[in-house]
Design a protein around this ligand. Structure first.
Ligand SMILES: Cc1ncc(COP(=O)(O)O)c(C=O)c1O
Length: 376
């Protein structure tokens, strides 16, 4: 049962206005420039952002898109994946990872996740591979990189491409190298709440392969490289000029923001040690981008109610794994198929984490959690 909290002072789960305050002048000037030159769809700011983000990822090419979902869709189109094909992926993610597989007419094949990181468990991949398997699509969930060397070893063995869903992992590192170039392509989201967020929708496909980048640029522009000539069925997946301008400004701050997220995570580790919560870990090969700070406890729902009553923001990522979603009922999975993912979905709770979160706010979150457990 939830007892009445005694602490005061709201802590928002996410505080985008706090970030905006520090950037407002720069952003206003960047948007004004876009309005002045009327480059609303793609344009010079998008092109400059693409260069900057490719460099940030240590990649040759970045193709700016309207969403991360489109990036995933284009990645699978570029691999010529279609009906009858299978893509191995994780049930513990935002649904867009699977949408992309469905959009090309292929079948998502889920496997259970690693209990420590919630990422695709390499030990389970081999048994899911069939002659129809056409790619591996791991997610760097909550900003923590998947075990890329182990997954790539399997890909090499079976001659399969790997696509990184890095929507939550801008700047995360795997064995010291920024994620984004470990597979054939990687896909990023710039949804406003992401570590690098646009002021609207945004996404990007990153690759070292020039031919893939060229075709991705055509696919985002109705399948054309020359206006009104269409080489293949394409899409309108262009990044807006204003988003390119905003993202160019914000990209300069991303390194510092990631350091600040790390500060928050380390402080939570320190202050929550010894509580009954299971805390998130970093594998020895990883530095998380700390998109989310996700704790676990069997009484998660009671704890959430308590924190809500304390006005301490918290959220559920994700309450129902994808194999149990109604939209995927036709795949025939059932409760019990992926016990690790299913248990995580019942126990996970995301605490506030953002660069602007103050130490006093962190202490307030922790005090509310400790009060919950003290009250039994
Ligand atoms: C893991 C993951 N994949 C894909 C997406 C889709 O990105 P978008 O919302 O930009 O389409 C998101 C974010 O929403 C995500 O968290």
């Amino acid at each position: 049962m939830t007892n009445q909290p005694t602490l005061n002072g709201a802590v928002p789960y996410l505080d985008l206005p706090a970030q905006m305050r520090g950037l407002r002048q720069e952003i206003d000037a960047a948007i004004a420039r876009t309005l002045d030159n009327c480059s609303f769809c793609l344009g010079p700011d998008v092109a400059e952002f693409e260069k900057g983000f490719a460099q940030f990822c240590g990649a040759e090419h970045c193709v700016g898109l309207n969403t991360g979902t489109s990036a995933l869709h284009i990645a699978l189109l570029l691999l010529n994946i279609g009906p009858g094909d299978e893509v191995i992926t994780t049930p513990s993610t935002f649904v867009a990872t699977s949408w992309a597989i469905s959009y090309v007419g292929a079948k998502p094949v889920y496997i259970d996740v690693d209990d420590a990181t919630f990422n695709l468990d390499p030990k389970r991949v081999r048994q899911a591979i069939t002659p129809r398997t056409k790619a591996l699509l791991p997610v760097h969930l909550y900003g923590h990189p998947a075990d890329l060397d182990s997954l790539n070893e399997i890909c090499r063995e079976h001659k399969l491409p790997l696509v990184e869903d890095a929507a939550q992992a801008h700047g995360a590192t795997y064995k010291g190298k920024v994620v984004g170039t470990f597979g054939a392509m990687s896909c990023f989201s710039f949804y406003p709440g992401k570590n690098l967020g646009a002021y609207g929708e945004g996404g990007a496909l990153v690759t070292n392969d020039a031919a893939l980048a060229t075709r991705a640029r055509a696919l985002r522009e109705h399948g054309s490289t020359q206006r009104y000539y269409h080489d293949e069925v394409g899409y309108n997946y262009r990044m807006e000029g204003i988003q390119g301008a905003v993202l160019r400004v914000k990209l300069k701050h991303l390194g510092e923001w990631t350091r600040q997220r790390r500060r928050v995570a380390l402080r939570y580790h320190e202050l929550l040690a010894g509580t009954p919560l299971q805390l998130p870990v970093e594998a020895d090969y990883a530095q998380s981008a700390w998109h989310l700070y996700v704790v676990r406890h069997p009484r998660r729902d009671d704890l959430k109610k308590y924190l809500d009553a304390c006005q301490v923001g918290c959220a559920l990522h994700y309450p129902l794994p994808l194999h149990l979603q109604k939209a995927y009922a036709h795949l025939g999975y059932k409760l019990g198929d992926f016990p690790v993912a299913e248990k995580a979905a019942k126990e996970c709770l995301s605490l506030p984490i953002y660069p602007e979160l103050t130490d006093a706010q962190i202490q307030r979150v922790v005090a509310a959690i400790k009060e919950f457990f003290a009250k039994g």
